[in-house]
Design a binder for this molecule. Structure first.
Ligand SMILES: Cc1ncc(COP(=O)(O)O)c(C=O)c1O
Length: 480
């Protein structure tokens, strides 16, 4: 499991904790930081370590030393304001494939390019050895797994049991027999949309929305209606309600939402809004498809409940996977299909017959052994630190007027730049300089968000990443 943070020098861990306090607004611009003495007493570190942490923050331009007075948070280090709520037209759009997306994903595999594009974590964050051991022991126990045909299987009992158990712990009732194991969350979303819609139908989505989902919508010949979304609180249920009432001629056939730590904004809907959303969709008899792929990745506190937890009628189709949390290469996802389980099971058979049982039981084995929670604790801490670090670097290097989201989970930040900066126009120059990111228009079927971008914070912060963000900031300054 990842021990990058544990291996960092003590002063650097202390510095990162202070960065978090600055980014979350607990230490505001102009405020004095705790003195060297207080820090060393509170954190049980030497005065030299405390001084080293404060100097590291000073070097990064986050704090300034004032003679005889101590260290103070610099005005420019304050967490930038959040982007505004989205404002949208009422037109549903056909979605166009964007070649920039393909280039962005390809560049994400290039070790010479700073990995701020695709939403991927450091491979070192995942328990490779544990997965290897578990694969071997699963095959030893069930030597026929690779030579038997898993015909018409909704998934292995062991994995479906573990998935249902985890939801039960959250107060979200999911029956084992409604779970269909899929090839990643993407297949789950595909199956849901294929089952619930036909070409030409209109689907309500958050705006901005994950580009992969826009690809699914496009490939199925659907139209996307962008619904206003708040950078902190997620999808606006008021805006959805208005759209539902307005659209007699071209009715909304399904609603797709990522209620926890959405991509790209990192927004989380308050429980009351999740409940309202579920009730609204029920009232209008519109299926709600929920993508909860980031739900396990809160930075602190307890895991937010999926919208499905507020669904009394088993009508929400809850999709997720282990791609962001345990084994990105395994491509194991699932859909809790409620009343639609039988239809989705047929559709899964028609699409890919089954998902490899070896990998399913390998992951079930890890979940049953209890090591998963420990692993998640570390992963959440790593993402919290990295989001704070990238946010601080954005504050330090990007032009004045930049706004950033403050996600409470996940590994992404969404950045609004001053008008006049076009992130699509900037993209080629950035790649040429060895910096990847996801330009804003990838997240909208109508090509909006030209002065926005998404940054991946899944990688351990290094001087090279800080330097890449500095280069990006300079390109932006030149574009203004
Ligand atoms: C919101 C969201 N849904 C689905 C996916 C795809 O998940 P998977 O790789 O498990 O298919 C991603 C991947 O980035 C995502 O961000």
């Amino acid at each position: 499991m990842n021990d990058t943070l544990e291996a960092a020098p003590i002063y650097s861990r202390l510095a990162e904790d202070l960065v978090t306090l600055i980014n979350t607004g607990q230490l505001r611009p102009g405020e004095r930081l705790p003195s060297v003495r207080t820090l060393s007493q509170q954190r049980k570190v030497s005065a030299t370590t405390a001084v080293a942490a404060l100097r590291a923050l000073e070097m990064r331009g986050l704090v300034e030393a004032r003679p005889q007075s101590g260290y103070f948070v610099r005005a420019s280090a304050s967490a930038a304001p959040m982007p505004a709520m989205t404002r949208l037209s009422t037109q549903a759009r056909r979605v166009g494939i964007d070649t920039v997306m393909v280039r962005m994903i390809e560049a994400s595999g290039d070790p010479g390019i700073a990995p701020l594009g695709a939403a991927t974590a450091d491979p070192a964050c995942f328990p490779a050895k544990r997965l290897q051991r578990s694969i071997s022991s699963t095959l030893r126990r069930r030597p026929r797994l690779l030579v038997e045909y898993a015909l018409f299987a909704a998934g292995t009992d062991a994995l479906r049991h573990q998935i249902a158990r985890r939801y039960a712990e959250l107060g979200c009732a999911v029956r084992e027999d409604e779970i269909i194991v899929t090839n990643g969350c993407m297949e789950a979303l595909n199956l849901a949309l294929q089952t619930l819609t036909k070409p030409g139908d209109t689907i309500a989505i958050e705006s901005p929305c994950y580009y992969g989902l826009l690809q699914v919508i496009q490939s199925l010949g659907l139209k996307a209606l962008e619904i206003a979304t708040h950078p902190g609180d997620g999808l606006s249920v008021d805006a959805l309600e208005e759209a539902l009432q307005r659209r007699d001629k071209d009715p909304i056939k399904a609603c797709l939402v990522s209620a926890n730590f959405s991509n790209p904004m990192g927004a989380t809907m308050p429980d009351a809004q999740k409940r309202r959303l579920v009730e609204l969709c029920e009232r209008h008899d519109i299926p709600l498809i929920e993508d909860d792929i980031y739900g396990d990745l809160q930075h602190s506190g307890s895991r937010p409940r999926p919208a499905r937890a507020f669904d009394k009628h088993h009508s929400v189709l809850l999709c997720s996977s282990f791609s962001k949390t345990l084994a990105p290469g395994a491509r194991i996802g699932w859909i809790c299909a409620g009343r639609r389980a039988e239809e989705i099971r047929m559709r899964k058979f028609a699409t890919s017959i089954a998902t490899p049982a070896l990998l399913q039981d390998t992951l079930a084995d890890i979940l049953a052994a209890g090591g998963y929670e420990r692993h998640l604790l570390k992963l959440r801490r790593a993402f919290a630190t990295q989001v704070a670090q990238v946010s601080a670097a954005v504050c330090a290097h990007f032009p004045a007027g930049t706004r950033i989201t403050r996600p409470r989970g996940g590994l992404l930040i969404w950045v609004e730049l001053p008008r006049g900066i076009d992130t699509l126009a900037l993209y080629d120059q950035a790649l040429a300089e060895g910096v990847n990111f996801a330009p804003g228009p990838l997240f909208s079927p109508s090509g909006r968000y030209r002065n926005f971008l998404r940054l991946n914070c899944g990688r351990t912060m290094t001087p090279a990443i800080d330097h890449a963000l500095m280069k990006l900031g300079k390109l932006m300054q030149r574009a203004l």
